[in-house]
Write a protein that binds this ligand. Structure first.
Ligand code: AMP
Length: 229
């Protein structure tokens, strides 16, 4: 007899890597996608900034590198991610925002999770023209208390230079200043952009145009995540 019960499939796990240069909107899209997919957003930049704010050994080690716009050593990042992904909340998936950023990190991650899982991963390469990246980064303002980001033109706070959530004074991150931005973009070109080829052949890789309103980008991401694109 044919079993007429509908097939019960486990919900697909949402595991995502965001590539793309600084200022491409990865953080915004990663946060929205995490809320949509009910999985945590794992932002290495946020984790490192929290370590700096808390004055831990890690924070003291990475602070000067981050201020300059340089990447932090691979082994530190691989260790941080390995520990974070053991968290119970990561069992059903996660959105990686800012990791991996080098070939060494990508290889370390693959060793951690295995080749099968790497094949299942969705990898979004968010592309934005360089002139627009510079405009976005130079106008970015940041709440040191809750890490929310604003933009002087595109997304100003309600009250002049105060965080909508915390009321804290917004600041310009040291690494959003001109010299550090140039270094971050150079680091991206040299060390992160090669991951595009690495993941193109290994995972479910999608190039996404990030030079559009955030809602349009998000719609495309969810279409892809649902297998509709
Ligand atoms: P983000 O907020 O993702 O732009 O990261 C800010 C800074 O944190 C970067 O410029 C690096 O100094 C450091 N950082 C974050 N993630 C990584 C990573 N995966 N590898 C090396 N450095 C990182």
């Amino acid at each position: 007899m044919v079993d007429a019960r509908p097939e019960v499939r486990p919900a697909p796990r949402l595991r995502v890597i965001f590539l793309g240069p600084p200022g491409a909107g990865k953080g915004t899209q990663a946060a929205r996608l995490a809320a949509w997919g009910k999985v945590p957003r794992v932002s290495t930049g946020d984790m490192l900034r929290e370590a700096i704010a808390a004055g831990t050994d890690l924070g003291r080690q990475v602070g000067p590198l981050m201020e300059k716009g340089s990447l932090v050593p691979d082994e530190l990042l691989i260790g941080i991610i390995q520990e974070r992904l053991l968290g119970k909340d990561c069992r059903n998936g996660y959105i990686l925002d800012g990791f991996p950023r080098t070939l060494r990190q990508a290889q370390g991650f693959e060793t951690m999770v295995g080749g099968d899982l790497t094949e299942e991963m969705l990898v979004f390469d968010v592309e934005v023209p360089r002139s627009e990246l510079l405009r976005r980064l130079s106008g970015r303002r940041w709440c040191p208390t809750c890490q929310s980001t604003y933009h002087v033109d595109n997304k100003p706070p309600r009250a002049d230079m105060l965080c909508d959530r915390e009321g804290a004074q917004l600041i310009q991150r040291e690494d959003d200043k001109e010299v550090a931005v140039a270094r971050r973009l150079a680091e991206y070109d040299e060390r992160t952009a090669p991951l595009i080829d690495y993941y193109r052949g290994r995972s479910r890789f999608f190039r996404v145009n990030g030079y559009r309103p955030p809602d349009a980008v998000f719609q495309e991401l969810t279409r892809i995540a649902e297998g509709r694109a």
